[in-house]
Design a protein. Structure first.
Length: 320
């Protein structure tokens, strides 16, 4: 989890204000880039290549990148780029993304397998690209002023509101949340502040109206190379690539226990930790914890319980 912020004009004071709201997303490093045409900020949570050489915004020739997420197939993509003559200075997926774009342009985004929110500035073309993964895991919000073609984007709505002062509640979005428990449109609780939808690409050229394109699509197939169990395990294993310890929040459900199964069969015990929550005041909600503990006991794994009680909630609700 990292935090990205930016806009298509220069204001060093504003980017610092915006980054103050995303510093919790990236405590390991902070940086920003600015010139008269663009300002990009990044709060980094280091997962791959912990060295400062992989800090962002990351520059290669005319391209500047700030992204949040993880690319699961970056090693495969890196090998292909190396055959094309690209020389790598880091072991991060960040460098892979920017080289890939240098080679293939926007089509490079279709080659990425992962969860991501990407902002990329092309200095030669004076063009900003924003794109979100096909599942839509990573948050990316924006405010667009059509009168002057300004655009402000961030991982956090609060960052955008530090610039956009005309805060008005979007009753339509509130209605959706109230009645169906979610909002599948691009609207947010604040009028004129939008979220980039899963797989959507936003292109903002200098002195031009923004373009919104539904760019990424699912590529379904009826053919499986392996059994469903092997396919699921391989997909999960591809997400264990990390230069920091891996942790799992284990419940009693199928999904986290399938991940737990893949973890046990892939990683050494010293390389992962398992956590599970239980509620001190609400015994009826502890069924998940009991199943998680039973499974860990069976496989002799050390489950680290995290107790939550009503007092904890009351004392921390504002922070939450």
């Amino acid at each position: 989890m990292c935090g990205i912020n930016g806009f298509n004009f220069q204001d060093d004071s504003l980017i610092k204000k915006m980054m103050a709201f995303t510093k919790n997303r990236g405590p390991d490093a902070r940086g920003f880039f600015s010139n008269p045409d663009i300002t990009l900020g990044h709060d980094r949570l280091s997962i791959l290549d912990l060295n400062e050489r992989s800090n962002q915004p990351y520059r290669f020739k005319n391209l500047i990148l700030s992204f949040n997420g993880e690319i699961y197939n970056y090693i495969e993509l890196k090998k292909n780029l190396e055959t094309l003559g690209y020389k790598f200075k880091t072991t991060s997926d960040t460098e892979v993304i920017i080289y890939l774009f240098h080679r293939y342009g926007v089509e490079s985004f279709k080659k990425l397998s992962g969860i991501f929110a990407i902002s990329l500035w092309d200095e030669n073309e004076k063009t900003l690209y924003l794109i979100k993964d096909i599942i839509g895991v990573k948050p990316l919000y924006y405010y667009s002023d059509e009168s002057n073609n300004k655009i402000i984007f961030s991982s956090s709505i609060r960052s955008i509101l530090s610039y956009y002062k005309d805060h008005k509640i979007n009753e339509r979005a509130v209605f959706f949340y109230k009645n169906i428990g979610r909002n599948d449109s691009s609207e947010t609780f604040f009028k004129n502040v939008y979220k980039l939808l899963p797989g959507q690409l936003l292109i903002q050229k200098k002195k031009r109206k923004k373009e919104l394109i539904n760019f990424l699509e699912f590529n379904f197939t009826n053919q499986l190379n392996n059994s469903p169990k092997e396919e699921i395990t391989n997909i999960i294993k591809s997400q264990f690539i990390s230069d920091v310890p891996i942790a799992l929040s284990l419940s009693g459900g199928y999904d986290s226990n399938i991940i737990y199964h893949a973890m046990r069969n892939t990683l050494e015990k010293k390389n992962y930790k398992i956590y599970s929550f239980f509620f001190h005041d609400y015994e009826k909600f502890n069924e998940d914890f009991k199943i998680a503990k039973k499974n860990c006991d069976r496989f002799k794994d050390n489950l680290q319980p995290i107790e939550v009680n009503s007092q904890d909630f009351q004392e921390n609700v504002e922070n939450v």
